[in-house]
Design a protein around this ligand. Structure first.
Ligand SMILES: [Zn+2]
Ligand SMILES: [Zn+2]
Length: 371
């Protein structure tokens, strides 16, 4: 009988010669649940007592009568264990959350790892002790957060890590890895990006940024005010932050064209030893309005159709090309306005019409359909 118990459920073993006490685990769907079976001296199952771990109890909740019935009817321990396994399989399927409850050693492992790392690093832990947020500081004193989702087989299985970064977070994990090592890797990733954030910090503090309004650590784009309704959109490469970024000038044609010509003519002057702001000033031959010299309200002009600045995520980036007008509009507002006028005409995805302010010719691209 016992040899077949080893085959059916190898982790449950007799503790004494009389084989009246069995202790160990019952294994269902590759998960082990702690249990102990006490049999009377005659080893009759009818009189047997089951001691279950709280996980097992939780899983058997609602099936207690079936377990009792099986104890009464089973002829030997092996057939009872087999029946119990069937009940547990049903229980696991109906309560999928049970399958994710980690074994007790998970918690002791987590606590010892946190002790090595330092509890002051922990910003947050959820009630199930599965999601952690750790803080980290780069050498320039910027605060960062590493979010870790631990697997129930931690540390055998690699945790899921995420952070607000402009590059994918690549983490090396082995079953011997610890949270402390993970944190160290994260700090190294932060160090590799300090030059990138230095470049953007300079832009954020010394120019008027139109977009994004509240940049996060992962934002690589900045739309910088050059003048009234004129701006430059730069896309900084996180790996090579001081190289010439992708640039796009936005505004009325008569203002943008000379700037674009300067950019093309002076591109060779770009010096990667200097910051992006320094280079942009040299290449465009301009001074950017800054919080020290100008008010932002002078640049963030509202849309001439809806009279607001923000339209969902959009800002007024369509500008009348007439030098005396220069009125900005939201693309959506201008498109709807022109389309409604009988004097407008549409060719492919461009609508040609008149500026609602100065009646000079104005064009707008049809908005890309939202999928
Ligand atoms: Zn508008
Ligand atoms: Zn106009």
């Amino acid at each position: 009988m016992d040899s077949s118990l080893v085959q059916v459920n190898p982790l449950l073993l007799p503790l004494n010669k009389e084989k009246t006490v069995y202790d160990g685990f019952i294994t269902v769907e590759e998960q082990d649940f702690r249990m102990r079976i006490l049999l009377p001296p005659d080893r009759q199952l009818k009189q047997a007592k089951l001691h279950c771990s709280w996980q097992l109890k939780h899983l058997l909740h609602g099936y207690e009568h079936i377990v009792k019935q099986r104890l009464q009817q089973s002829t030997d321990l092996v057939s009872f264990i087999l029946e119990l396994k069937t009940v547990l399989e049903v229980g696991l399927k109906s309560r999928p959350e049970c399958s994710s409850i980690p074994p007790p050693r998970y918690y002791s492992q987590l606590i010892s790892e946190m002790e090595t790392l330092g509890w002051d690093t922990l910003l947050f832990i959820d009630t199930e002790f599965r999601t952690l947020r750790l803080k980290a500081e780069d050498s320039s004193g910027r605060q960062h957060i590493l979010t870790i989702k631990l697997k129930s087989k931690h540390p055998a299985e690699a945790p899921e890590c995420s952070a607000d970064l402009p590059v994918p977070l690549a983490i090396t994990w082995t079953p011997q890895s610890t949270l402390e090592q993970l944190h160290k890797q994260f700090v190294l990733v932060l160090e590799s990006l300090t030059e990138f954030w230095d470049v953007l910090d300079e832009l954020d503090s010394q120019t008027w940024i139109l977009e994004p309004e509240k940049p996060t650590w992962s934002d690589t784009m900045r739309r910088i005010t050059i003048g009234n309704n004129v701006s430059i959109k730069v896309e900084v490469n996180p790996r090579h932050p001081k190289m010439l970024p992708e640039c796009c000038l936005l505004g009325a044609e008569h203002v943008v064209t000379p700037l674009r010509n300067k950019l093309n003519a002076n591109m060779h002057l770009w010096n990667p030893n200097f910051s992006v702001l320094h280079n942009l000033r040299d290449v465009l031959e301009i001074k950017f309005p800054s919080p020290a010299t100008h008010e932002k309200s002078g640049f963030s002009a509202d849309c001439g159709i809806c009279y607001s600045y923000h339209l969902e995520a959009a800002i007024p980036d369509q500008v009348c090309n007439d030098p005396r007008c220069g009125q900005p509009f939201h693309q959506a507002c201008l498109y709807e306005w022109l389309r409604a006028l009988p004097s407008s005409r549409q060719s492919f995805n461009i609508v040609f019409g008149e500026c609602p302010y100065c009646s000079k010719p104005i064009t707008v691209k049809m908005l890309a359909k939202k999928s």
